[in-house]
Design a protein around this ligand. Structure first.
Ligand SMILES: [Zn+2]
Length: 111
């Protein structure tokens, strides 16, 4: 995964963002867990031809935001739930089922 170090991007408290499979980060060193998290997002992006991922991400976030705080809405996004649940399993992507994130829609695995 290509990693680009930046000073201020992503904005706010977020430390890394995956844009079309390239990781932009303010961190000096990206942990294996974070890298795995972002690689899971890249797998999701490929399944939705990249643009579909961002579109779905925004729509799901906005729907969740109606009843949740910013942070909670973010954590409940199906893409994030799959990534957070499996980020510590560095072998996850080797056995991951296609479109696995669909299993996390409308679930609250991460509290
Ligand atoms: Zn994420």
């Amino acid at each position: 995964m290509k990693i680009v170090k930046t000073k201020r991007f992503p904005f706010g408290t977020y430390t890394a963002i995956n844009i079309f499979g390239i990781l932009f980060t303010k961190l000096d060193k990206v942990s294996d867990t974070t890298l795995n998290h972002e690689k899971i997002h890249t797998a999701q992006m490929k399944e939705l031809l990249y643009l579909g991922f961002y579109l779905w991400y925004i729509v799901e976030y906005l729907l969740l935001r109606v009843k949740n705080s910013q942070r909670k809405a973010y954590e409940k996004i199906s893409f994030e739930q799959e990534a957070y649940k499996n980020e510590k399993n560095l072998e996850y992507l080797k056995s991951r089922n296609s479109f696995a994130w669909l299993n996390y829609i409308n679930k609250t695995n991460k509290q």
